[in-house]
Structures are given as structure tokens and as C-alpha cells.
Design a protein around this ligand. Sequence first.
Ligand code: ADP
Length: 370
Amino acid sequence: MANADQPYEDSILDHERLITLINSITDGVIAIDENRRIVLYNAAALNLLDLNIVLSGQPLSEMMKLFDKDKNPIDLDALINLIKVPTSTRDYLLHYQDKSQINLYLNIAPVRLGYKQIGQRGFVIVMRDITKEKSLEEERDEFISVVSHELRTPVTIAEGDLSNIQYVLDSNPDINQLKQIVDNAYKQIVFLSEIINDLSTLSRAERKTLKIDLTAIDPAELVNSLVKNHRSEAAEKGLEINANIEPNIPKFHSSQLYVKEIVENFVTNAVRYTQQGHILVGARSQPNGIEFWVTDTGIGISRTDQEKIFEKFYRADDFRTRQTRGTGLGLYIARKLTNLLGGAINVKSELNVGSTFSVLIPDKSDEKAN
Ligand code: ADP
């Protein structure tokens, strides 16, 4: 004989299966009826909405406070009223009570929640936290826009110079005038290649594919060679540059290439941002490694700028900085490389007095021995 309760039990079983199924979905899922009240939801939805109450029967618009990117509130009911086909958006922010917010992917699809019954038209909403992707996208867009802007300036100047050369050659070739224009075009192209080199180191450092070749480094030799290489550049500006190396400083193990790149960056900046006085390049031993430092009597860096100079493309808002050429990438790369070597970078500076940049590079002699 057939069991009269069978269909009822079947429907309970179906319902449980459905609940298990939607709870196993990692995206938040909410179904609402035609009065925009919640009829079904999964654990991920509770998590995303950061609520621990029973949502069934609650109006969706009160459980979910959405805003657009200009912080204008979204009328969710009005939005849903317009939806006739499955629609998705990545543009909204979900605000929480503690004023924090996340970027939300939302897909809203009209559905029929029950058959053969009137008033069973509703919607299924699928949502996902896309804050991380959004910030990567924004960073990428910002990066492309800054890079293209940075590249455009030298290209435009060099292009203008070359067209000037053509003009001068056509009219009355004056060798001195030509030399000046060629010099300028050459400088712009060198600058362009500096930016491109920085960008390529940057991209390798970001992808962490930079290989660390541990070698024995003689800090005194490294400092002396940097001072020697920058002496004529400093002298052109009337600056003195000297080494200040701790006596009997020991050799240590790290990446010669990267340590040199980091300290060289400090030295280039010290020369670039000092109008008069002197620059000292030093090395001293520390308990767990070697510290390199570069002190200048330059324009200095304000407190607010000190927090930002290690950011990508950041250049201080000081007219004296703007008078010099720079990509704003040097210190960003220096910090990346320092992190790669397990070191720490530091700056102390006072406006109009000078700056000291230092980097502590840990000694990896133990790793080399293994
Ligand atoms: P760049 O020198 O190419 O602009 P960096 O990343 O090397 O880029 O430096 C970022 C900014 O930090 C510079 O634009 C400048 O404003 C500031 N800065 C760096 N070094 C010094 C220094 N020694 N003295 C004064 N300002 C400095």
C-alpha cells in the first residue's frame, strides 16, 4: 500500500537538498519574492551581509545597503523593478554598520519561485566580494595612465627637437645650434631609457622573479666605487662627496647587484636634490648585517612627503624637486629590493637642512655556507 505521507516527505527531502546545495555555493545567494522580501539565502550571503539574524521575511533593501562609487545610495527596490532579464554589475559598494565597505559583484535574475501559484515571481541575487580585484584593476589603470604620461613628456620633447633639426638643416645649418638641439634630444632619449629600465626592474621585482645571487661584498669597496662614480657629477654642481667607512668593516654576503642599486639610488638622489654643501656615503656594521647610509645637505623632505616617497611614481610637491628630472620610481624599487633581501630602509630628513637615507642589509653568510 502506498504511504500517504510520501509526497510530503519527498518535498521535505527536496527542500533539504536544495538548502545543502545553495549552502555549498561560495557566492552569496538570496532569493526574494515579489514583495522584495527574502525567502531563501545561503551561509555565504549571511557572511557577506555580515548579519547573524534570520533573514527570511526581511525586506532585502533593509538588509543590504548599497552605494555607487560616488557614495550615492542605491534604491535597490527601484533597481530590481527595472530588471526583466538576468543583469549583473560590478559597480556597487556594500556598506557595513561599522562604516567599512566592500566592492560587490551582483547578479540579479528574475525567476519563478513556484509553479501553478499566483504571486510567485521573484528574483535570485548572486553576490561576491570583489574588493581585491577592483583595487588591482584601479592600480593597473592608474599605473598605465601615469606611465604613459611620464613617457609622453620626453618623447614629445625629443620629437620637437628632431623636427627642429630638420628645419635648421633645411634653412641654414648652424653647427652650434644643431649641437644644442641634438644634445637636448639625446638627454631626453637617455631619460626615456632610464624610465624604461626602472619599469623593467620594477616589473621583475613585483613578480618576485628577481634572482638573488649571494656573493661576498666588501662594504668599503662598494662605497668607495659609488663615491668615485658620482664625483664628477657632484663636482659639476659644486658639491663635495666623500666616503665615511667604519674602520675594519667586515665583508658580508648578500646580492652585490641589488645592494649597489639601492645605495646608488640614495647617492643619485642626494646629488640631484642638493644645491650646495656636501654628501657623505657611509657603511657601518650592525649586529645582524651592514648598514649603508647617505647624508646630504640638500633641500630636505617634509614630514608628510617622507611617508609617501617610497610609493610608486611619488615625487615631492616641492618646486625644487620639480626642477629636476626623475621618475619617482627609484625609492619604490629600492624598497622592493630591500624587502627582497630581508633588509630595512629608513629616512631622516629636515626641510632645507638635509636628508639621511639608510638601509640595513642582513648578512646571509649562513645561507651561503649551506
Ligand atoms: P625620483 O628621484 O626619480 O623623483 P625617487 O623615488 O628616487 O624618485 O624619489 C622620490 C622623491 O623623494 C623625489 O622625487 C624627491 O621628492 C624625494 N627625495 C628622494 N631623495 C631625496 C633627497 N636626498 N633629498 C630630498 N628629496 C629627496
